[in-house]
Design a protein around this ligand. Structure first.
Ligand SMILES: [Zn+2]
Length: 156
């Protein structure tokens, strides 16, 4: 090997060594970025799990509330059927018609001379009519047409 060949070989070795050093730096940087990305993935996975747990909890509470409402609805519907069965058919028909027309309230208590359906106080003529009516006679509010339910608190 000539002195020139040796010189060339040494230059090539130095160049390769530098190239190796550069590549090692690149590998190091890539590994650092990979590690940082992995940390971010772990953090985001944790947040997703936390949000999912909250969603699961909300869904479970919603389902429990719906089940409770369904049960109450079934119970109230059954109670209403039992009560409705004891009411004369024509009175029930009148009540249902009034209920539909008057925002869900077909009958109201007469309390201290006041219709609790429309909150108006009955005048003396109306009160006298109610007083004169037989206990089983259906009396209605002249203002809102609702069936008036007489009690000991009616003020008659
Ligand atoms: Zn009324």
């Amino acid at each position: 090997m000539s002195a020139k060949d040796l010189e060339n070989l040494q230059r090539e070795i130095a160049s390769l060594a530098k190239r190796q050093g550069d590549l090692e730096d690149v590998v190091l940087e890539v590994m650092e970025r990979r590690e940082s990305a992995q940390e971010r993935v772990t953090e985001l996975t944790g947040r997703v799990s936390s949000v999912q747990a909250k969603v699961d909890d909300a869904v479970a509470r919603r389902d429990a509330a719906v089940a409770e409402i369904d049960a109450e609805d079934a119970s109230v519907t059954k109670e209403r059927e039992i009560v409705a069965a004891s009411v004369p058919a024509d009175l029930l028909k009148l009540y249902d018609r009034l209920r539909e027309k008057q925002g869900g309230i077909g009958a109201a208590r007469l309390n201290q001379r006041r219709c609790e359906g429309c909150r108006l106080e009955l005048d003396i003529t109306e009160l006298n009519e109610v007083r004169a009516a037989a206990p089983d006679q259906v009396v209605r509010c002249e203002n809102c047409s609702r069936i008036l339910v007489r009690t000991t608190e009616s003020g008659l």
